[in-house]
Design a protein around this ligand. Structure first.
Ligand code: SF4
Length: 367
């Protein structure tokens, strides 16, 4: 995960801001969090190391923008255009922008935004029903390619099913509030949003319990260090099509371990590049083969419900097809079983990149 904070400081605008962690942290060092200033990392997406490589790379996974402020803050209007320039330049990264100011979105987008940018996900937060009913209708009406809802800090029971029903929300995250003055989060509220997500087939992530967690009517104080791990241990996150509790909060496997596991499969190790395949790879070059792989993945694997899933990848006819069978990236069932990427959801940019890397790694090993 990459974090890019182009500016620091924010203005409180809703109940979820009452115990804002930016204010808490700044207070502790005598700083005024309501002062908004550009940071030294303003141009982080353009920054390079001594080797001339970008500091932020695809390996960082999702890049979260503005975690100590709000990207659509009025006070930052003068700087935002430059940020869009950097986001536009770095299409190799996946940016997530979390905001409580979705009502400013249209005033803040660049001229060439169109119906959204593929590598930008906008996350609208809603901590209570009032904010959900104000922000989410607006959120759904805006030109955005990827939308997520974040109910954190969850302050009461919130019903969002009618918004999920639109099919436009890709993911929901829920969590309690941290800090000394944290307001309690009731497990029943978490459960209700989870039920709504399951009914509407939307991935649901229970991120953290918060500092005060109510379960079965009893309130528990949870140490900061345990708030995320307790939520994880509950196995309460949900990814459509994924029934194995161990895989519910999914992580793609470490590549060395993956190849070790694949080497133990009689079926997977039965695939090899022929001399003809190798000659084809040499003739085209690895970069072109990578483009072919991306194209196949985009068309045959990436949709939420791919056509003829299970038999969409031929066993021969292109080196990439063989690589897909050899690496268990041939259909969504194999992707779920071997790579923990749940079926029944559209693949995101990071997942597609990961699958391409696995395929290309196998081809390189074969050459
Ligand atoms: S919008 Fe976010 S960063 Fe800004 S005050 Fe509210 S909680 Fe804090």
């Amino acid at each position: 995960m990459g974090i890019w904070n182009p500016w620091h400081g924010c203005k409180k605008i809703s109940p979820g801001c009452a115990n804002c962690y930016v204010y808490r942290r700044d207070d502790s060092i005598g700083k005024d969090a309501s002062e908004v200033n550009k940071t030294g990392d303003f141009d982080l997406p353009r920054k390079k190391n001594r080797q001339g490589e970008y500091k932020l790379t695809g390996e960082d996974g999702v890049v979260y923008a503005c975690m100590t402020s709000d990207f659509f803050l009025k006070e930052a209007d003068i700087w935002r255009e430059q940020c869009w320039d950097m986001i536009r330049e770095r299409k190799d990264l996946e940016f997530h922008i979390i905001t409580k100011r979705i009502d400013r979105f249209e005033k803040c987008i660049p001229a060439d935004w169109g119906d959204g940018w593929e590598h930008v996900t906008i996350c609208s937060t809603c901590e209570n029903q009032d904010r959900a009913d104000y922000r989410l209708p607006l959120f759904l009406s805006l030109p955005i390619k990827h939308r997520e809802i974040i109910c954190e800090p969850l302050l009461e029971e919130v019903n969002i099913e009618k918004y999920l029903e639109t099919g436009l929300i890709e993911h929901v995250t829920v969590g309690g509030e941290s800090g000394d003055n944290a307001r309690p989060c009731d497990f029943n509220w978490v459960k209700e949003i989870r039920r709504e997500c399951i009914r509407q087939n939307v991935p649901f992530y229970f991120k953290q319990t918060g500092a005060l967690f109510i379960k079965d009517g009893k309130q528990y104080k949870i140490e900061r260090k345990d708030q995320m791990s307790q939520a994880r241990k509950s196995n309460y996150s949900y990814y459509p099509g994924c029934t194995d509790a161990e895989k519910i909060v999914y992580r793609t496997p470490n590549k060395d371990r993956l190849f070790e596991r694949l080497s133990n499969s009689k079926f997977r190790t039965g695939f090899h590049l022929s001399d003809e395949d190798k000659a084809y790879v040499n003739e085209k070059g690895l970069e072109t083969i990578r483009e072919h792989a991306k194209d196949f993945i985009g068309k045959r694997l990436a949709p939420q419900n791919p056509d003829k899933d299970g038999i969409q990848t031929p066993t021969k006819g292109h080196p990439v097809f063989k690589a897909q069978h050899a690496t268990a990236t041939c259909c969504r069932g194999c992707l779920e079983k071997w790579h923990n990427i749940p079926a029944g959801k559209k693949l995101n940019a990071k997942e597609k990149e990961y699958i391409t890397d696995v395929i290309m790694e196998w081809i390189k090993r074969q050459m």
